[in-house]
Write a protein that binds this ligand. Structure first.
Ligand code: UTP
Length: 483
C-alpha cells in the first residue's frame, strides 16, 4: 500500500509546479487518498517542465512548414532493367551477412504504438494473424532474426556473433510485450541478445501549455511518437550499449509488417558500402492516389518524407516524362538504416530543449468525464532525416517486404487477413520457384523462417511437392505439409 506523501516533498512539488505555471496539476490534492497522492507525486516528479514547455514552443513555431517547395528525390537504387545488377546485389548480400556475423549490425523494432485501428487489447506484436502455425508477429520476427543470424554464421564458416535485437516499447505495451517473450521462451533466441527499452510520453496540454489532467490524480499523457526513439535511445542507455558493443549500423522496422525482412543483408550491405547515414527501403507507389508517405527532397536537396496530406493531388499524380514514373514515386514503409555515428549526433540534438514535434489537436479525455481541447506532441522517425549528408533509398519488391497490419480483421486493406494472404502467397511463390507444384486455387503456404529466411535453400525440400487446394499449408523442416 502506498504511504502518504511527506509534507516536505509535497511542499517541493507545489513549489515546482508553481514555478512552472502548472499549479492546476495539484489543485485537487487535498481531496485525494494517500495512494492517489503518492501516484500523482510520482508522475509529477518525472515531468521535466522546462523540456515540455520548450517542446511545445518549438513545435508551434515549426508547424505547417513541411512540403513547401518539395522536389522529387534522385538516385534511388532500383530493381529491374537498368537498376542494380545481380552481381551487385550478391555483393551487398555477402557484405550484409559478414556485418551481421561480425556484430557490426543490430536490429531495432518499433513496438510502442497503441494499435488503435487494429483494436486488439494486447500489443500488436502479440497478435496472431491466423497463419497455420498461429505464431504471433513477435514470434515470426524472432525466428527471422534467428534465421538471419544462422545464415550469417554459415557464410562466416560457422562463426558468427549473436545478432542484437533492441525492442522499443512504451508504457502502453511494455509489460505485455515482455510477458509474451517470457511465455514463449524468447522463441529460441538467447535472452541476452534481446534488449527492451521504453519510449517516453509527453503530457497533453492546452494550446497555451497548461497540462491537462485525465483525473484529479493522473496527468493526461500520450506516447511521443515513433520518433521518440531518438530520445529513448539516449535516456535508456541503449545507444551507449550499441556503441560499447562495436555496432556500426542499425536496421529499424515496424512491428506491424507481416513480411518485415528484418536485417535484410542486401539492403544493409548496400547502405554500408555506400557510407550511408540514413537509408530506407522504398516501394514504387501502387497508384497516384495511394495514401502513403513519400520520399522527397527539400528545396535544399535534403531528404524528407511527405505525408500524403502534405502533397497536393496534382503534384501527387504528375508523371516525369523522362522516366515514365511519378515524380513523387517512392513510398515510405518505415524500414530504415542508420549509421551509429549519425544516430549519436541526432540523439544528442533531439534530447535537449528545442526539439520540435508534430502537433495533433484533439479532444483530450479529462477530469470529470469531460473533454478538453488540447494538443498531443508526436515526433516521427523521419523528422531528422534532412540532417543526413549521405542517404540511400533502396527499392524492394512490395510482395516480399510489405504486409501491413493496421486495420481490424475484415477490413479490405492492411488487415490481419490481407497480411496473412500476402505471407501465404510469398511461401507459395518460393515453393513454386524451388520446383513445387502449387495449385492455382490453393490458399498458399507458410514457410517458417527457420526453414527459409528469404526463399533460399528450398530446392532439396520442396522439389516436386504438391501444394494443393484448398490449404493453407505449413511447411515442416522435413518437407512435409500440415494443414
Ligand atoms: P502507427 O503510426 O501505424 O501507429 O505505427 P499504431 O500505434 O501502430 O496504430 P494506430 O495508429 O494507433 O492504429 C507505426 C509503427 O510505429 C510504432 C508502432 O508500434 C508501429 O511499429 N510506434 C508508433 C511506436 O513505436 N511509438 C509510437 O508512439 C507510435
Amino acid at each position: 500500500m502506498a504511504t502518504a506523501v511527506a509534507t516536505d516533498s509535497y511542499a517541493e512539488l507545489k513549489a515546482r509546479t508553481k514555478a512552472a505555471g502548472q499549479q492546476q496539476v495539484l489543485e485537487d490534492w487535498d481531496a485525494l487518498t494517500p495512494e492517489e497522492q503518492a501516484a500523482l507525486a510520482s508522475e509529477v516528479k518525472d515531468l521535466d517542465f522546462g523540456f515540455i514547455r520548450s517542446a511545445l514552443t518549438a513545435s508551434l513555431a515549426s508547424a505547417g512548414a513541411a512540403g513547401e517547395g518539395a522536389k522529387p528525390v534522385a538516385g534511388v537504387v532500383q530493381l529491374g532493367a537498368g537498376g542494380a545488377t545481380d552481381e551487385e546485389r550478391r555483393g551487398w548480400r555477402d557484405l550484409g551477412l559478414r556485418l551481421v556475423a561480425e556484430g557490426k549490425v543490430a536490429v531495432l523494432l518499433l513496438a510502442g504504438g497503441q494499435g488503435t485501428r487494429l483494436g486488439s487489447k494486447l500489443p500488436k506484436g502479440c497478435y496472431d494473424i491466423g497463419l497455420p502455425s498461429h505464431k504471433s508477429l513477435f514470434q515470426l520476427q524472432a525466428e527471422r532474426l534467428l534465421a538471419l543470424q544462422r545464415l550469417a554464421a554459415q557464410a562466416g564458416g560457422g562463426q558468427g556473433k549473436a545478432l542484437q535485437w533492441f525492442i522499443m516499447t512504451s508504457p502502453f505495451t511494455h509489460a505485455d510485450t515482455v510477458a509474451h517473450f517470457e511465455a514463449g521462451g524468447y522463441f529460441g533466441l538467447d535472452k541476452a541478445q534481446v534488449t527492451f527499452f521504453q519510449q517516453g510520453f509527453l503530457p497533453c496540454m492546452t494550446e497555451e501549455g497548461q497540462i491537462i489532467m485525465e483525473t484529479s490524480s493522473k496527468v493526461a499523457k500520450a506516447p511521443d511518437g515513433n520518433g521518440g526513439l531518438y530520445r529513448a535511445l539516449h535516456v535508456s542507455g541503449a545507444l551507449a550499449a550499441m556503441q560499447a558493443a562495436g555496432v556500426e549500423a542499425l536496421d529499424v522496422y515496424c512491428v506491424d509488417n507481416s513480411l518485415a525482412r528484418l536485417g535484410d543483408p542486401e539492403f544493409v550491405g548496400c547502405c554500408y558500402a555506400r557510407g550511408t547515414q540514413v537509408g530506407a527501403r522504398v516501394l514504387a507507389k501502387a497508384h497516384p492516389e495511394e495514401k502513403v508517405g513519400v520520399f522527397a527532397a527539400t528545396p535544399e536537396g535534403r531528404l524528407q518524407v511527405l505525408e500524403y496530406s502534405e502533397l497536393d493531388p496534382a503534384k501527387a499524380s504528375s508523371i516525369d516524362p523522362a522516366t515514365g514514373q511519378l515524380y513523387f514515386n517512392w513510398s515510405n514503409i518505415c524500414m530504415h538504416y542508420f549509421s551509429i555515428d549519425w544516430l549519436a549526433a541526432t540523439v544528442k540534438a533531439l534530447s535537449g530543449p528545442g526539439a520540435a514535434y508534430h502537433i495533433a489537436r484533439k479532444a483530450i479525455p479529462s477530469k470529470g468525464g469531460s473533454k478538453t481541447p488540447g494538443v498531443k506532441l508526436e515526433m516521427f522517425i523521419f523528422d531528422p532525416f534532412a540532417t543526413a549528408d549521405k542517404t540511400t533509398l533502396f527499392e524492394v519488391a512490395r510482395e516480399d517486404h510489405f504486409g501491413p497490419v493496421k486495420n481490424a480483421p475484415g477490413s479490405d486493406t492492411d488487415s490481419p487477413d490481407t497480411a496473412r494472404a500476402l505471407l501465404l502467397a510469398q511461401g507459395a511463390r518460393w515453393a513454386a520457384a524451388a520446383g513445387a507444384k502449387v495449385a492455382q486455387d490453393s490458399a498458399g503456404l507458410e514457410v517458417p523462417a527457420l526453414v527459409s529466411y528469404a526463399g533460399e535453400g528450398l530446392e532439396g525440400l520442396v522439389g516436386g511437392l504438391e501444394v494443393a487446394a484448398p490449404g493453407p499449408w505449413l511447411l515442416g523442416a522435413d518437407g512435409r505439409l500440415d494443414a
